[in-house]
Design a protein around this ligand. Structure first.
Ligand SMILES: NC(=O)c1ccc[n+]([C@@H]2O[C@H](COP(=O)([O-])OP(=O)(O)OC[C@H]3O[C@@H](n4cnc5c(N)ncnc54)[C@H](O)[C@@H]3O)[C@@H](O)[C@H]2O)c1
Length: 334
């Protein structure tokens, strides 16, 4: 089978995708960045010759030697670039969050449907080893029925927000918090209602709250909580706790150890068990593998365009609730 020919657009976090694609054995047919220095640096780092380096993504659209594009430019441009590549007949792996507005998510769904190509959204936490293990322990019944799930996204953006991240549309809940929201959606299902509070204490340079807590109702028996802090004074974490009727799991994408509590035949809690796990919170290799398998082997992707859009809808509901002080039911109709 011929290797997939990939273009990577946006060469900061996009470099992780170059590595993911190379790890899979794909061919890097083109790299693109409007910043000359970033383009040169990535080209030199990965040995990509000058004729495969581009400053404008539009130069790539008509090329027959590109099967798929990875879009890793600022969130505000995801719609424009994704729709352009889909319309040009290319498959697209678009970074999270898929979009910052409902209007953009709708346009991207339409573009994906009309193109018949894959549009996968890079919700990379679904490929984090600890969270994959958590999902397996839920699916095999070890934890019983879930009644409470919580995840936090705490990431100090102090040095990261002097740019497109300070756009009011790029609220921390959707920008980074979408990881925790997407994770809980994957583990516990669709939040039907959310209620949130926010506070703005640590990042005066952004026009939105830098900490938000949201409680969620999934179904009649399952509740959840997300905490997002983008001004926190600590190292990055996505501490996640999953409470079920037969056990509890405590894990984190930055820890090599997960703690599992289970019960004996009398329902008494056993001593905790430690599960060792690889720390890999940006598992771009596994993510690219899923994308390539969808293109080459027709395998379904976990985070297709509608999954990406539903995570956006849940994040937007949290932001709305924190602003209005009222519970909000996420609108999953697109
Ligand atoms: N999955 C994750 O955990 C993760 C982590 C970091 C960033 N991201 C996402 O990846 C995307 C990029 O984030 P980043 O941290 O690399 O941002 P960044 O601002 O550090 O880098 C963006 C790069 O894109 C280039 N660029 C901007 N507009 C362009 C255009 N129209 N054409 C070509 N190049 C363009 C810039 O010159 C820059 O090199 C964002 O959507 C972000 O949310 C995801």
């Amino acid at each position: 089978m011929k290797p997939l020919k990939i273009a990577v657009i946006g060469l900061q976090f996009g470099m992780a995708h170059i590595e993911g694609a190379m790890h899979y054995g794909a061919e890097i047919a083109a790299i693109c960045d409007c910043n000359e220095d970033h383009l040169r640096a990535a080209g030199e780092r990965y040995g990509i010759p000058e004729e495969k380096r581009f400053a404008d993504h539009r130069a790539l659209l008509a090329r027959g030697d590109i099967d798929a594009a990875v879009i890793a430019v600022p969130d505000q441009q995801h719609r424009e670039l994704t729709c352009a590549f889909l319309a040009a007949g290319k498959h697209v792996l678009c970074e999270k969050p898929m979009a910052l507005t409902r209007e953009d998510t709708r346009a991207m769904i339409r573009a994906a449907d009309e193109s018949g190509r894959q549009l996968m959204v890079g919700q990379i936490c679904r490929f984090t080893p600890a969270f994959e293990k958590a999902k397996a322990l839920i699916d095999d019944g070890t934890l019983g029925d879930l009644y409470f799930v919580e995840s936090e996204y705490a990431h100090d953006y102090m040095k990261l927000v002097d740019n497109w991240r300070s756009d009011p549309l790029r609220h921390g809940v959707i920008g980074g918090g979408c990881h925790a929201v997407d994770l809980l959606r994957w583990l516990a299902g669709e939040p039907r209602e959310v209620f949130a509070y926010g506070t703005h204490r640590l990042l005066p340079q952004v026009p939105y709250d830098d900490a938000t807590v949201a409680v969620m109702k999934f179904d009649d028996k399952t509740m959840g909580k997300v905490f997002v802090s983008t001004g926190c004074k600590r190292d990055y974490t996505m501490r996640t706790v999953i409470y079920g009727t037969k056990g509890t799991l405590i894990c984190d994408n930055t820890s090599p150890a997960m703690t599992l509590f289970t019960v004996d035949e009398d329902g008494v809690t056993r001593e905790p068990e430690t599960i060792e796990v690889e720390v890999n919170n940006h598992n771009a290799a596994r993510e690219f593998e899923a994308f390539a398998d969808a293109i080459l082997h027709g395998k379904p992707v976990l985070t297709d365009v509608r999954e990406g859009a539903r995570t956006v809808a849940a994040c937007l509901a949290i932001i709305e609730s924190s602003r209005t002080g009222k519970p909000v039911r996420p609108d999953y109709s697109f």
